[in-house]
Design a protein around this ligand. Sequence first.
Ligand code: SF4
Length: 710
Amino acid sequence: STESVPSLAQTTCPYCGVGCGVDITMQQEAGNTVLTSLTGTPEHPANFGRLCVKGTNLLDTNSENGRLLFPAINGERASWDEATTAIAEKMVSVIKTHGPDAVALYVSGQLLTEDYYVANKLMKGYVGSANIDTNSRLCMSSAVGAYKRAFGEDIVPCNYDDLEQTDLLILTGSNAAWTHPVLFQRMERAKRRNPDMKVVVVDPRATDSATLADFHIALKPGTDAVLFNGLLTFIAENDALDNAFIQASTNGFTDALKAAADYSVSEVAKQCDIPEHEVLAFYSLFLNSERAITFFSMGINQSNSGVDKGNAIINCHLASGKIGKAGSGPFSITGQPNAMGGREVGGLANMLAAHMDIENAEHRERVQRFWDAPTIAEKGGLKAVDLFKRINEGKVKFVWIMATNPVVSMPNRSEVEAALSKCEMVVVSDIVQKNDTLKYAHITLPATGWSEKNGTVTNSERRISRQRGLLTPPGEAKHDWQAISLVAAKLGFESAFNYQHPADIFREHAQLTAFENDRERALNLSAFNHISVAEYDNLRPVQWPVTDAAKTGTARMFENGHYFTADGKARFIAITPRLPEQQTSAEFPFVLNTGRSRDQWHTMTRTGKAAKLLKHAPHATLALHPKDREALGIEVNSLVALDSACNTGEPVILPVVEDAQLRRKTCFAPIHWSASWGSNITLGALFNGAHDPLSGQPELKHGAVNLTPA
Ligand code: SF4
């Protein structure tokens, strides 16, 4: 027999920012490695053995069916050499004629940190443009902006243990029960163990997460900053300020309080359209709880004022001193498995690498010197929405898209499609043969997926874990860092991109985080400056910073009251709440909210393969309040047409389901389905690309639509 004794391996689930560890059993069958079973890793600190339904069914989504196996040029099979030569030649000619800003990379929170690092290095240090952005722009860039303003650096202060050590857990703009289920299970257990722990869910919808809430605040969509400004004023008016902390460790309190002064309890109740007693009850709970966590996600971030909303939350934690302590802090949760790893290596157009700032000449010089690079991007690059606009305007002529499906996930679909149709060269690296974006590709490159990719990811609590390469990539698939390095070599930069193993890249990344970094930045991985391949292969999950002084990592930030601003103090930000940009009108009277289903992931290119995962929600639906449904004269399960002012194509058609927990005149649709799933669903076409001016994150939680029977 060719069968062997099963072996075990540990890796990380690729489906969300919780970053659960998974144990895999593997067997040799007829000369091939087969993954035979999967369980949660008992000792992984993100999940302690637990998995959600997506993680549990991971092996069912991992087949080679539909995989992209070979490079192609204009649909014709090509060799890697031909494809990468064509890419490099086009990049050279575009750069020569139109300058470096006429080329761009659009990457993904699905990339591993090593892929991201190499992509960023090529663009910012060797092409000389910061036009590299990521679909993480749609996910948590507003939280990044808020952290940077308040703390001087993109730092998540808390960890998952804090969820179990708090007196008050506020979930705002997060349906963790569906989007981060393993964390939600931890919250449930914490509340069972400590019935005195209170949970408040702030969300226009009563989602499954609201079942855990002592009370649910169904605020008017988009008014979160009003609610938290009111809380700041309430803290001040009720003698609950931590004056010693404000004095010693912060700046800007007076201005922030002044900006919030008009938000009395009654004014908040009016603007958020909720009863006064609910506002009062929530505020009183915050005051009476020694420890509080505000757990926030896309409902805060995907907004035209997402950064301000994040800072309105952080202000309350600073004012009450509920930060830098067990069970306390503002805690943003990323959607994607490696959104945070991408942030660390400069995967966003407005960041450099190793948390250094692109606007800072000293940082630019330092990164260029470390890389020994011929150039360095001088200014921030195009953020996702603007990137596709500039492609559409003919300013960006080359784009390389990796591991993401922007035709479905971006707002303003018609503009994205028009942009890709006219772009002189579109390169798409993906693991699948078909999706809505691949049809615009001139060159397609087969990438590796989960279980083949080999590298690291960072989860929402700053914890770096290994995703391990267990299977041989199918066909001619290559890792993204290899594809980028091949192109870099053809651009003449072979020696700077001569990586043999992802450990080489990780080591270089660690060295850059530590390079001339004496307490200036928190992201410091100096303990890995000399990491060997064997040590990398055995790397245990660890939270950064990881330095010689903190070899086992750092569970919680700011315990010593030191922040990473120039003066070491945290900054309050004066917030003037703004309404969403896409406002309803007589013609478009419904607010459209979008989000995830429990069992699907992104545009379903992987989770759509598992029959079990399709059971929970076999197709997309539009959820409506029963009274709105009645008023529209639409039966349950019959079809409704959604249209918006910006939609230039056909209306989106969806079957209606009822949800009595929705606010009136709002509706909800899941983000996952698209033309690839045999429907005409293009939710992105209904959003006009409105976005936060600071973070560039699109307002995907607040469209304005009309609904008519279809
Ligand atoms: Fe995977 Fe997230 Fe589920 Fe954990 S919670 S098993 S990381 S999808």
